[in-house]
Design a protein. Structure first.
Length: 184
């Protein structure tokens, strides 16, 4: 049986060899803020200008691309035991801002940058706005847990503004409703 590839090691090695920078996002990044969620993939945010270079390096490491869309490039063959790697490109200015405010965390013995809490929540709010019915099962509970574990006030003007900027008034209302349903 072939040894399972370690996506953290592979991406970390690529970044060290190429000078590229990624931000760990998604389910694994939640742990940096006290919320653990099982996930079957590893998600990285990358500057859109560096995407092609990272994609080529992953292919060289025998991590084939299995999906490419405007919002994600997916690598790995899960049927062959690969842990899927998702690359999500963002514009250079957004990436620069998020990188500047990110914190360093260790995952599987490798150091990665994780976006600040508000940026992680903003990404989840944005995903809800774009595909509410598809994303609500995963993202609403994640947002609520991050709010609770980090003692945020979801009724504050700052949180409401975050929802309006990256989502909508409906998304804010859904978050408050979900919190209310799960408090009782």
């Amino acid at each position: 049986m072939m040894k399972q590839k370690n996506p953290f090691q592979i991406v970390s090695d690529i970044c060290q060899q190429t000078g590229l920078t990624v931000l760990l996002v998604g389910g694994h990044a939640l742990g940096a803020y006290g919320h653990q969620r099982f996930t079957q993939d590893v998600d990285f945010l990358i500057d859109e200008c560096d995407l092609q270079k990272l994609k080529a390096a992953l292919r060289e490491k025998r991590y084939p691309e299995i999906l490419e869309s405007r919002v994600v490039s997916r690598f790995g063959l899960p049927d062959e035991g690969d842990i899927v790697i998702d690359l999500m490109p963002v514009d250079s200015e957004t990436f620069r801002k998020m990188r500047f405010q990110a914190k360093e965390e260790v995952y599987d013995g490798r150091k990665f940058l994780v976006p600040k809490l508000e940026h992680l929540i903003a990404m989840k709010i944005h995903a809800l706005r774009e595909q509410f019915d598809v994303r609500k099962v995963k993202d609403l509970p994640d947002i609520v847990e991050l709010i609770r574990r980090n003692k945020m006030d979801p009724q504050s003007e700052a949180f409401r503004s975050l929802c309006l900027k990256f989502g909508s008034a409906k998304v804010h209302e859904e978050i408050l409703n979900f919190m209310g349903r799960n408090d009782g």
